[in-house]
Structures are given as C-alpha cells and as structure tokens.
Design a protein around this ligand. Structure first.
Ligand code: GAL
Length: 362
C-alpha cells in the first residue's frame, strides 16, 4: 500500500497534523522520526478491515474539475483505495463539476435522489459548502469534503450540530512556507542576480476563491521575510491553477521585467511547468539565473526537479488525503465519529529527496 511507504520515508518535514490553528511552520528543522506507535498504526491500517459490509454501499464523488492535474491524481487514488476497502467499482460514481458550481449542485441533487450512502465532495466554490451541507445532512447522508476547505465557521457548525460531516486536506500555509524556505535556503548571494540586495519575484496564483492560493501566496513570501531577506514583488497574477495561463503570464513578466525576475513562485506545479516553458523560451536557466518553485509533486515536476529545471516543489500528498477521506467515510458508515478537520502534512521536495518522492508516488 502506498501510504505505508509515504509514512516510512517522509522524515524530511514532518510536523504534527493537527496544525489547523498553528500558522507557524519551521519545517525541515523540526523533522521528527515516526514513532514506533505510529508505525504500528500504519501496520494496523494495512490489515484492519472496516466492520461494515461495503460491497453494496453506493458512493457519490464530486470533483470540482476533471482537467485539474492534481485532482486527477487524487480521484484515481481515491477510487482505487475505495475498491481496496471493499466498495464495488460499479457502486462508485465520480462526477466532473467542470468548474461550475451550478453543475456540481445538480450532480449532488442527483446523488441524493439516487439514494447514495455517502458523498465525498471537492466543492467548486468553498463558499457553497453551507448550502451543500444543509441538503446532504437533511438527506441523512454522511459527507466528506476534500481539498477545498469550507472554512472554520462551517466546520464549527458541523461540530455544534454533531453532524456526520468532515473535511480532509492539508494546511496550505505549510506548503507556502516550504516554498519560501526552498528559496531562502539558497541564500541571498545566489538569488540576487541583479545585486539590489532583494529577492525580486513574481507570483502566479491559483484560483483566488481557493484558500490554497491565498495562503501559498502569503506564506511563501513570509518565509523569505522570516529568513531575514528583503523582498520585492515585481508582479502578482492569477493563473487559475492552469499551465497554459501561467505560461502566458510568465512570458509577459519576463518580457516586461527581463533579468530582474530572480524568483518565480507558482501556487502549483501545473503553473510552474507553464512558467518553465516561458523561462526556457526567454533563454533563462533555472538554477543559474532564475529560481522556480511549485506545489503538488506532479510526476513531470519531479522530473524537472531532478533535472535541475525546477528549484523545488512541495509534495501535496494525494495518497494520504484520499485514503483519509475514504477511511473517514467508512467510519461514518460503521456508525463511528470523526474529527471535523482531518489534516495531512506537505513535504518539501528538492534534489536532495526527489528520488524518494518519485519512488513513493510512482
Ligand atoms: C490544490 C492543488 C492545485 C489544485 C487545487 C484545486 O491543493 O495544489 O494544483 O489542484 O488544489 O483545488
């Protein structure tokens, strides 16, 4: 099982998962080895079978957009793991919200009408979570949100009402911090090609409705500042998690700011891959006169990190997140409870550990 590998290898940047109210991430310096008990838990996870017959349970899964690279990794792993747990493939239906909340809301209504036994939802708009929750709870269906956090107020509502609703995801502040640290660790002398004493950067953001974009943007820069570096933002643009959009934005910035662009922060790897296309087209060389970081650890991005064409990325652990989501769902079906926020750690990826991350995600 992939998860076991993950937990054994990730000694690089482990922090406690219960970090929802802890916005300070000193990542690699706080590395902790997995305890014997945790290892035992992992072993137990591999053998324990849920105390409920899942073979006839119907699962509805809503993904905000199938064309999103990271969510494709996520949903593939989720489906495989649900089957591994004992659900029948025929009883798992996964819908593409096509990045349209109205479309997704119709899909949720159809799942409810069809009498599914549980729902796993990656909302198009996190702000729609309240109305989604209300109708799913009214239909008495357990609900697991993934990837796009509905927000603390909404989570409190689930807790206050004792509803079978939870959220599984990582805290994007941690990923932003790790991106900033990857750059800060290079040292100002290496980064500061134009010699102005500052880190001159451009920021390419994901969908602004998504808290991941907000936090990665904010905390990557904060990590530079916390490391004592002076920063200079040349530009901040919205690339909507999309490679082609980012490629265009970075091409524009490189033509406008030229060699002053020292660092390109992208909120995800798809956009970093687009940025790299423009960086290479402009005759610039990552690792030499420009530095580039993303988030997700898509396989293509891991190749680029290995080749030195991306400075680094941050592993957004789709394996652990999808497994935790399925495990939480099964607990609800077995009549058990879950916490209303289930966290997961990101892992910093550079040339130092890229081979390990490739191994565990292949
Ligand atoms: C993020 C991920 C992005 C995109 C987004 C969708 O966690 O890093 O690549 O998939 O989720 O909500």
């Amino acid at each position: 099982m992939k998860r076991k590998l993950v937990s054994l290898v990730l000694a690089t940047a482990m922090i406690t998962s219960s970090m929802v109210a802890m916005p300070v991430f000193a990542s690699d310096d706080t590395a902790t080895e997995e305890t014997a008990d945790e290892k035992k838990d992992d072993a137990a996870d591999d053998t324990e079978k849920p105390d409920v017959d899942l073979s006839d349970k119907k699962v509805g899964v809503c993904i905000y957009q199938f064309s999103d690279n990271f969510m494709t990794l996520f949903r593939t792993e989720l489906e495989n793991y649900l089957i591994e747990l004992g659900f029948s493939k025929d009883n798992i239906t996964i819908q593409d919200g096509a990045n349209d909340q109205a479309t997704q809301s119709n899909q949720i209504d159809a799942f409810i009408a069809d009498g599914v036994d549980l729902l796993i939802i990656n909302p198009v708009n996190s702000s729609s979570a309240e109305s989604i929750t209300d109708k799913v709870v009214a239909a008495n269906i357990p609900l697991v949100y993934v990837n796009r956090e509905p927000g603390e107020d909404e989570e409190k509502r689930w807790e206050d009402n004792g509803w079978n609703v939870t959220y599984v995801g990582c805290d994007a502040r941690q990923s932003g911090t790790m991106q900033g640290e990857i750059i800060a660790d290079l040292g100002l002398d290496t980064i500061d090609k134009n010699g102005n004493g500052k880190v001159d950067y451009i920021m390419i953001e994901g969908d602004p409705e998504n808290v991941d974009a907000k936090y990665r943007t904010e905390f990557s820069v904060k990590a530079l500042e916390d490391a004592g570096l002076e920063v200079n933002q040349l530009d901040d643009q919205v690339g909507n998690w999309d490679q082609a959009t980012a490629q265009q934005l970075v091409a524009n910035d490189l033509s406008q700011f030229g060699d002053d662009v020292e660092v390109v922060f992208c909120n995800n790897d798809a956009m970093a891959l687009g940025a790299l296309q423009s960086i290479e087209a402009a005759g610039r060389t990552v690792g030499d006169n420009i530095f580039l970081v993303g988030v997700d650890a898509l396989s293509e991005a891991l190749d680029k990190v290995e080749e030195g064409k991306m400075t680094g990325t941050v592993f957004n652990d789709h394996i652990s997140q999808s497994h935790s989501a399925a495990d939480a769902a099964v607990k609800y079906l077995a009549g058990e409870e879950n916490e209303h926020y289930i966290g997961c750690d990101y892992v910093k990826v550079t040339t130092d550990n890229v081979a390990d991350i490739k191994e565990m995600t292949k």
